[in-house]
Every structure is written in C-alpha cells, then in structure tokens.
Design a protein around this ligand. Structure first.
Ligand code: ZN
Length: 481
C-alpha cells in the first residue's frame, strides 16, 4: 500500500468510489476469487488462491485485539507461527502502528460519537514445506483513498528469513517482470502510462505498491494493487495475473518454492522452529442437559467474544468446569478455523457456541451479501467443529439494524452488563465490575482473548455462586424465562 495524502484523494472520490468503499472490504470473505472480483476495476485471476487449513499449523496462535464499542470500533488479528518469528514481528509492528494511529486520531476512543472502524484481518496463502505466506487486509476509512489495503508477508524456512512480496521475483528478472506488469496495466481505465512508469521506477514507491503478490492454485502470480496505487482512485483496486508459463522464469529460488508449495502443498509445515508449544485442549464433558430453571433461581449468562484464543480459551474452560458453570462463546470465524478443537471442547463441556462474524466488521456498514457471507461462513466453521450450527449471533460492536436482522435467521444477542474488559486489562477491575453490576438474568459481555479477562473469572464464579447465581447459556436463559 501507499500512504496517500488525504485531501487529493477525497477530491477524486466519485460515486463509484463511495460504492466501492461500502461494497468491499472485510465484509468480503478473503481467500477466494470473490474477494478480488468484488473490487471494482479488478479482474479476477483465472484460478483462486488455494485455501489453507490453519488448524493443521502446529503451535499456531492468532493474536487478536478488538473493542466492542461503537465509539471506538477496531478489530485486528495476525498469526504467530512457530519458527517465523521475524515475519510475526513485521506483522505485529504493522498492526500496532495502525492501531496506535487509529486510537490517537480517534477522539471517539475516549467516548463520544460513533467512530470509523479499523479492521485488520488475516488469510493464509500457503503454509507447507518450508514456506509460509499470509495476507493482511486492512480497512481504515479514516485513512485516505478507499481505506482498503492488503499486504502479503512471506517466510523462507530454509534461509530462516522474512521476505516481502518482491522477494518472490529474482533480482536479475526485475526489469522483465516490471515490463510485463506495465504492459498489462497500460490501457486499463484510470491508468496513466507516464505516472505508472514513475511509480515503478522509483525503488521506494515500487516497494510500496508491489506489496501484495501471491500464487494462484495453478501457479500463476497474482499481483494486486490497492486503489490509487497505480491508477486514479476511481479506477478501484487493480490486479494483474501472470500465467505460470510467463512468470516462472522470473521467480527467485524462494519464489519457485512458494509456487511449488502453493500448487502442490506438502503434508506438513516445517519452518525450523526450535520450540513448538503443544496446546492443551480440556476434556470436560457436560453431564446431560442443564436443568436450571431461571424462573426459580438467579441465573446469569456470561458471554465471551472474539475467541477462541490460545491459551486463554482452554484456561477459561477449566475455570468454568471447576464451578460447573456454562457460558456462551461468540466466536470469530477466522479463529474457529484456526482452533476448531477448542470450540469443540467448549461445546462438549455444555457451553453454547454463537456466531460473531468471520473477521469482526461492523455489519451495518456492509452490503447484504457480505453480511450473509460473514455469518454463513462462520456458522459453517462452527458446525464443522462441533457438529451443530449456531442459533445466536452477536453483532460486532453491538451494531445491528433491520437490514442485518433480515439477512440472517440467527437471533441477535446484545448484553446487559459491559465489563469494557478490552479497555481495562485488569482482572480485579473486571471481576468487580461484574460482581457489582449484575442483576438476575443479566447477559454479561467479556472477551476470552484477554488473559486479564480470563483471570477475572474464578473470582466472579466464586463470589456470585456464593450469592446463589447459576451460570447458564444464553439460549438456556431465554428458554426458561
Ligand atoms: Zn467482538
């Protein structure tokens, strides 16, 4: 991506541009040709990027952060894969920088009016043999242009090195490669040949715009340009796909290995990690259905959003089992895909699994098709993990409107008590908030991606159990009231 000056880009925004901003972005499931074709001006590649099953990546952790507050809406995620520390560090640096900028620019984060949303989600491009590729997709309407950008990150396990997208191409083939890109871009609507030459001949701007490349399932190289990178913003995002035959002679040795692992993935990933943590999955099993009658006793529905997370969710399940408490997990699809075993363990222990969208966008800002995709894709991941499709969803940021409700059969669940645990990373404060605020039959909002929130749970369960509360799922609460 390139950082665009705000004012000129705004001047260039036309009707098309506003449509584009609303109809693409984190609402579109990444990882398919659909994501590319949703962007105006783009041409879908002949063959989509092959999808990767992240649950097969040993020791994977998804690093998530989010708010659940309409006045400061953000959700970020990136993967931490053992062995690829240098690449993880690069993604972490990027995400933290964007988040810090967002939070410092957004007066709304201190409370106030509804804010513009920052969303950074991830997609695995290849994770096999000794290569790893990840795309981070960012939507930040407070930045200039469309506010949409994507960057691919690469790790070469053989060399033990983090690489950026241009590292897929051999140094001595750069001129031929750039020539082919120019040929394919010139003549496209909104692309000016002279300024394209300038952009691609300057090393700094070239590196900035050539930051999203990945192989298609048939070995072609798909080069994607963010809106405004190589054409006027109104032209939208542009992609060029070079066929396998064309691009193969220009690839670096690393690029050839990435291409081979994309087309014919190995059975496993080995980046030469010196330590791969084994992740405990609790084995508690619920003893039959819950017979708590919330008409007769004091009930509470604890809800945990944004997970599952490693190692927090497993720890939380152990605490819940210790007090025979049940809870509801509003899971994010991209995390379910990474850790289906944790979701299965939560369900087996008698907890309810709800849908919290695929990558946590504000659903009210998306087109209907994108809302459907966000929710259906997540429900499918939950059903694949647990054998049971969810019936509840929690809209990210609690943002829901009649259009979102009409797009799904899932029943929306908001909350009565907000711990604001995403903001206050203090276990004692979180516990005291719940203990002081709850009333009978309340739904309590927490997040199991934060160690401090999970650490608050034993105190909550101990104190409130002593006060006669029973911890039930949201569906159980609703059914027995
Ligand atoms: Zn959330």
């Amino acid at each position: 991506m390139r950082i665009h000056p705000l004012v000129p880009s705004l001047l260039l925004l036309g009707t098309l541009s506003f449509t584009a901003a609303c109809s693409s972005g984190p609402g579109e499931p990444s990882g398919s040709a659909g994501a590319a074709s949703a962007r105006p001006g783009s041409t879908p590649g002949p063959s989509p990027v092959r999808s990767v099953d992240p649950s097969k990546i040993k020791g994977l952790e998804i690093v998530s952060d989010s708010s659940e507050n309409k006045s400061c809406p953000f959700a970020t995620s990136y993967p931490d894969v053992p062995g690829a520390e240098a690449m993880t560090a690069a993604m972490k640096k990027y995400v933290e920088r964007r988040l810090a900028t967002f939070r410092s620019n957004s007066a709304a984060c201190e409370g106030g009016a509804e804010g513009l949303e920052l969303n950074i989600s991830h997609q695995f491009l290849v994770a096999s043999g000794d290569v790893l590729g990840v795309r981070l997709s960012t939507q930040d309407p407070s930045s200039a242009g469309s506010g949409l950008s994507a960057t691919t990150y690469w790790y070469d396990g053989k060399a033990g090195a983090y690489r950026t997208a241009p590292g897929l191409v051999a140094e001595d083939a750069r001129t031929a490669f750039l020539g082919a890109l120019k040929d394919r871009l010139k003549g496209r609507e909104g692309v000016d040949a002279a300024s394209l030459d300038d952009t691609l001949s300057d090393p700094a701007s070239r590196a900035a715009v050539l930051d999203d490349m990945a192989f298609t399932a048939d070995g072609g190289l798909r080069v994607a340009f963010d809106r405004g990178d190589v054409g006027v913003p109104a032209a939208g995002a542009l992609t060029v796909t070079l066929s396998k035959e064309t691009v193969t002679p220009w690839l670096s040795a690393f690029g050839k290995r990435v291409q081979r692992q994309t087309v014919t993935p190995s059975r496993s990933l080995d980046l030469g990690a010196t330590h791969t943590p084994t992740q405990a999955v609790p084995t508690h099993t619920a003893s039959g259905d819950d017979d708590t009658n919330c008409k007769r006793v004091r009930c509470l529905a604890l809800t945990f959003d944004d997970g599952p997370a490693v190692p927090e969710t497993a720890t939380l399940l152990t605490y819940l089992a210790r007090y025979k408490a049940r809870a509801t997990f509003f899971t994010v699809g991209q995390n379910v895909a990474a850790h289906p075993d944790l979701v299965r363990a939560a369900a087996r222990a008698g907890n309810e699994i709800g849908n919290h969208s695929w990558n946590h966008p504000d659903l009210t800002k998306l087109a209907r098709g994108q809302v459907v995709s966000q929710l259906n894709r997540t429900s499918a991941a939950i059903e694949a993990a647990t054998g049971k499709a969810p019936t509840l969803f929690r809209p990210p940021y609690g943002a829901v409107n009649p259009r979102v409700r009409a797009a799904t059969r899932l029943s929306p669940v908001l909350w009565d008590v907000d711990t604001e645990d995403w903001k206050y990373r203090d276990a004692d404060k979180v516990a005291r908030t719940v203990i002081d605020k709850v009333r009978r039959n309340d739904v309590v909002l927490m997040h199991d991606i934060h160690p401090t929130s999970v650490a608050a749970v034993p105190q909550i369960l101990r104190t409130l159990t002593a006060r006669g509360y029973h911890f039930v799922t949201v569906s159980h609460l609703r059914a027995t009231l």
